[in-house]
Design a protein around this ligand. Structure first.
Ligand code: CP3
Length: 344
């Protein structure tokens, strides 16, 4: 059956006259309606696990802007919690988790088969969304990539240079690899359950891929993405996968071929003309406007948006930011970006 949803067409390799568009963190604190629903839920994690309200915040940017895709509202750190880590968020600071630095810590984690007990509300959010989304809107599910998730599980928080995770990798490689394996297996089952519930595309967020160099990039960014993609393709050959090895630099080249993903999401440190030549040659790309334009706006926002659309116009492209929109963004700038993409 031929696809009518624009994002699925781009992911199938079609070059469209106007790229479909969605935005990382499109449901988020820059929107007053998001802040109101989060207050109603109590806090961020309660919002993630409240299926009705999580579906509501997922729908808010679709109602306001008519994006071509909705991304499930959840977080990459729910999987560690489902695997048995403690997770909480400190307002204004970010996530905190119990740390994993020894075999004893690792042995306290539960088996992959137990994750669904915690994650069932997320699958229910997906089911609600498939009922309530407009017929033309694609529903994207997601998970963190094993390396990025591991950096949080090892350090117990976000770190500027992922130092603790690199240290564990270098000092106790067997334990580090056992942790990566557990996350990889959990991610496969988590994404499969999202697909079973109705996700039409899945995206793997490797936010800290850029700190892996040389052979480490191949082993801990490429290989887990390849394993997850292969496992999903074995069960769901028709479900497209988007990979996001953020700040991978030259390692973006060949990423799609090596992992089997259908689309590579680009961060905004990548020059669009360079990526059109070296990355889009292998298939669909997504990106890559700097999210700072959503704060600063003006003519630069319009010019840069048009330049990116033009640079990628020769192949399949999904317009997006290079990273998530920030809380200080102006909602009107989002509309200006959409108008510039759609030529309104
Ligand atoms: O994109 C979407 O709209 C879907 C939902 C989504 C969230 N987080 C909601 C969220 C997705 C896809 C994520 C992914 C995620 N979460 C990543 C990978 C992408 C990236 O940003 O690099 C990472 C590293 C996380 C972990 C995480 N979650 C951190 C470090 C933080 C704190 C920083 C921050 O922005 O506050 C979060 C919190 C978070 N996740 C918020 C949202 C909307 C803000 C929480 C709030 O509302 O208070």
């Amino acid at each position: 059956m031929s696809q009518t949803k624009t994002i699925l067409r781009a992911l199938a390799g079609e070059t469209l006259p106007t790229p479909p568009i969605w935005m990382m963190r499109q449901a988020g604190r820059y929107l007053p309606e998001y802040r109101a629903t989060r207050a109603q839920a109590g806090d961020f994690l309660s919002l993630c696990y409240n299926s009705e309200l999580a579906a509501e915040v997922t729908l808010q940017p679709i109602r306001r802007y008519g994006f071509d895709a909705a991304i499930l509202f959840a977080d990459i750190l729910l999987l560690p919690e489902a695997l048995g880590a403690d997770l909480w968020f400190v307002t204004g600071e970010g996530p905190r988790l119990s740390t994993i630095t020894s075999q004893d810590d690792f042995d306290k984690l539960g088996p992959v088969s137990d994750i669904h007990e915690t994650l069932n509300p997320i699958y229910e959010t997906v089911r609600i969304l498939r009922r309530e989304l407009p017929a033309e809107t694609t529903l994207i599910g997601f998970a963190g990539a094993p390396w990025t998730v591991a950096t949080y599980m090892i350090a117990g928080r976000g770190t500027p240079d992922q130092g603790p995770a690199h240290a564990l990798k270098d000092e106790n490689r067997a334990l580090f690899e056992a942790l990566l394996d557990r996350i990889t297996e959990g991610t496969i089952d988590y994404l499969a359950a999202q697909i079973d519930a109705g996700a039409e595309v899945v995206k793997i967020f490797d936010s800290w891929a850029g700190s892996l160099k040389g052979e480490d990039f191949n082993r801990y960014a490429l290989e887990p993405a390849r394993r997850i993609t292969a496992a999903l393709k074995g069960r769901y050959p028709h479900i497209p996968v988007i990979g996001f090895p953020r700040e991978a630099g030259d390692n973006y080249i060949g990423f799609a071929k090596a992992t089997g993903v259908d689309c590579v999401a680009l961060d905004n440190s990548v020059d669009a003309a360079w990526a059109a030549k070296h990355v889009q040659a292998d298939g669909c790309v997504q990106g890559n406007l700097a999210s700072s334009h959503m704060v600063t706006g003006g003519q630069a926002l319009v010019d840069e948006t048009r330049a990116i659309v033009k640079a990628f116009s020769g192949g399949p492209h999904i317009f997006n930011l290079g990273h998530g929109i920030t809380p200080d963004a102006d909602p009107d700038n989002v509309q200006r970006m959409i108008d510039a993409v759609r030529g309104d």
